[in-house]
Design a protein around this ligand. Sequence first.
Ligand code: 1HE
Length: 262
Amino acid sequence: MNVEARSGAHAPLLVRIEGPVAHLVFNRPDKRNAVNDALLTAIGRFFEAIPDGVRVVILSGTGGHFSAGLDLSEQKQREPEQVMRHSRGWHAIMERMQFSGIPVVAVLNGAVMGGGLEIAAAAHVRIAEPSAIFRLPEGKRGIFVGGGATVRVGRIIGADRMTEMMLTGRSYDAADGLRLGLAHYLVGEGEGLAKADELAAEIASNASLVNYLIIQSIARIDDMSRADGLYAESLSAALSQSGADAREGLAAFLEKRKPNFR
Ligand code: 1HE
């Protein structure tokens, strides 16, 4: 299905489905894929009702940039209540993306800044190209982050490093991003989508319940006490190891063949 045809080539978000993989492409190249309300809403709508058969999502941006963050031209003077509601709207959509149960792979190049980095941090697998620049420029714009960075970016690079990053407005390049965990892979320029396709095929071949549990359980257990985390791990193990997929995985290993999961 090609939703692009339905929503028009100028839609802020292009959606293309190829077998089990949905490609979501930020499509505001003239604005460096800055996230306006229309783009954010389109991302939210997709994750609210992921089409049947989709097992992995790949996020990327057109025009050599992932995203330059919040569209600052839409940010007229706002009352505290409006800012609060807007930020909570970002949180709701980022949560939906992180916890939909469908793994998300992000291809990062050019600007991965502000809200763009917040979106990337809600993805589960991040591939950087050498042009990627990671930055939280909010402090330099006279504002604080509001799209989930304190929780997600802070967990990836640590609260201490995020504090310094915001205070100084520094940029990290792709090699830094790999070292710090902002990216899991660093590939050549223009090679990110091919790597994403390769990883998506690998991820899609897992049992969908196991992908679901990996996504749901690990991040939540990270929020729990040690005792609660271990208990939740056992529950997740019990859920996964009693089903048909576990039988198939075990049988395939013993029969020296590839498993064929649901
Ligand atoms: C934008 C935006 C934007 C570009 N909102 N319009 N994010 C930032 O503070 C990053 C702001 N952007 C930049 O620092 C630079 O644009 C880039 C380093 C990303 C790219 O530089 P460059 O030289 O390739 O492009 P440019 O000429 O700066 O920008 C091209 C156009 O995109 C230009 O518009 P034009 O009409 O003059 O052509 C820019 O105005 C426009 N553009 N970035 C609006 N962000 C949930 S809270 C999250 C809070 C945040 O994310 S704050 C961080 C915002």
